[in-house]
Design a protein around this ligand. Structure first.
Ligand SMILES: Nc1ncnc2c1ncn2[C@@H]1O[C@H](COP(=O)(O)OP(=O)(O)O)[C@@H](O)[C@H]1O
Ligand SMILES: [Mg+2]
Length: 251
């Protein structure tokens, strides 16, 4: 049997005396969609950093395809198929949506000198850009400058940029944070429409949005996994209701 795509074994990250991530064990299968829920400060973003290599685990192991990547640098992990969404601060506001995607495509292929030639896209680059535009509902806006599009569309573009490396595992840290209700619906549609072969790990505060998009939910509190289960089980779980939703059992 194939090993799971991603495995975390007793991963811990401490900042001085603070155990931000405190012995997390979990696995994600190829194509699986997992939500991580938990209050602010639970260690969710820090856990993502341990997966991407932005922060190295203080203890435990991170495995991809059964291979130990705990000490691998972020670019090595990206080359093996792990991606996270770009932040808006990485977008070029004076360039078009399409040009931003082309730069992302070229950047990840490490063709340093081609980075700034946004004129002639090669056929395969064009396919990657078109596919990312389509997936993120941005085809009709491709020629608009990033500074001309809405905040919601900028967030869709961040997601599109992360698809240009054809990842196998995509980490989404609060993709709908700060979006209007209408833009959240679009973002949820975009996420739902991502390739079924792409594994997703989604951190999201909006529990209804998150539970509607995933196969499995992991609820974290104070650096540890509190409960894990299917969306329906999590919704009914009294511990989750108390800790995450901040309301007593029968309220
Ligand atoms: N670079 C850092 N240095 C020190 N403390 C940090 C650092 N990053 C995060 N923390 C702390 O670790 C805890 C977990 O943070 P974080 O992973 O961002 O939580 P979440 O994403 O669940 O809100 C918090 O108490 C936060 O203040
Ligand atoms: Mg966070």
């Amino acid at each position: 049997m194939n090993p799971p795509l991603l495995q975390l074994k007793e991963v811990g990250i401490h900042f001085g005396a603070l155990n931000a991530v405190d012995g997390v064990t979990l696995q994600v299968a190829a194509g699986e969609r997992v939500a991580i829920l938990g209050p602010n400060g639970a260690g969710k973003t820090t856990l993502f950093n341990a997966i991407t290599g932005m922060t190295s685990a203080s203890r435990g192991k991170v495995l991809l395809d059964g291979k130990d990547i705990t000490r691998l640098a972020p670019n090595g992990r990206a080359q093996r198929g792990i991606a996270r969404t770009f932040q808006i601060t990485n977008l070029f506001f004076g360039l078009s949506i399409e040009e931003n995607l082309l730069l992302a495509t070229r950047g990840l292929r490490r063709s340093k000198f081609a980075m700034w030639r946004t004129d002639h896209a090669k056929g395969d680059e064009r396919d990657i850009v078109d596919s990312a535009l389509g997936r993120c509902h941005l085809e009709k806006k491709r020629h608009l400058l990033v500074k001309e599009i809405s905040y919601g569309e900028q967030r869709q573009l961040e997601l599109a940029m992360s698809l240009t490396s054809s990842p196998r595992l995509l980490l989404l840290d609060e993709p709908a944070a700060g979006l209007s209700p209408a833009d959240r619906v679009v973002m949820a549609d975009v996420i739902r429409g991502l390739p079924s072969t792409l594994a997703l790990v989604l951190i999201e505060h909006d529990i209804d949005l998150a539970l509607g998009l995933v196969d499995r939910v992991v609820c974290m509190v104070q650096g540890k996994v509190l409960v894990e289960g299917k969306p329906d089980e999590i919704r009914r779980n009294p511990q989750v209701q108390e800790v995450y939703l901040g309301r007593p059992r029968n309220a």
